[in-house]
Write a new protein. Structure first.
Length: 84
C-alpha cells in the first residue's frame, strides 16, 4: 500500500464529513458547486479503477469512503437546491 497516497486521501477526505454535516444542519447549498462535486466523484472513480485494475491494495477503501461522503453532499445539494 502506498503510505503517501493513503495520507493524501486521509488529508483530502478529512474535510468531507464537516461539509456533509454543515449542509445537513443548514440545508443551505448557496455557493456550492455541483460541477466541482461531480468532478471530484469522477476523480475518485478513476482512482478506484486504477486500484482495481493495476494496483490492488487497501487504499481503495479510502477512495470508496470519500466517494460516499461526496455523494452524500451531492445528494443533499439536489435535495436543497430549490429551497427558499
Amino acid at each position: 500500500m502506498s503510505v503517501l497516497e493513503a495520507g493524501m486521501m486521509i488529508c483530502f477526505g478529512a474535510s468531507w464529513p464537516f461539509q456533509v454535516v454543515k449542509t445537513f444542519k443548514t440545508k443551505e447549498v448557496k455557493g456550492k458547486s455541483v460541477q466541482f462535486l461531480w468532478l471530484v466523484e469522477l476523480g475518485y472513480i478513476l482512482g478506484m479503477l486504477h486500484h482495481i485494475l493495476y494496483a490492488p491494495d487497501n487504499v481503495i477503501f479510502l477512495y470508496l469512503l470519500n466517494f460516499i461522503l461526496v455523494g452524500m453532499d451531492m445528494t443533499m445539494y439536489y435535495m436543497y437546491k430549490n429551497r427558499t
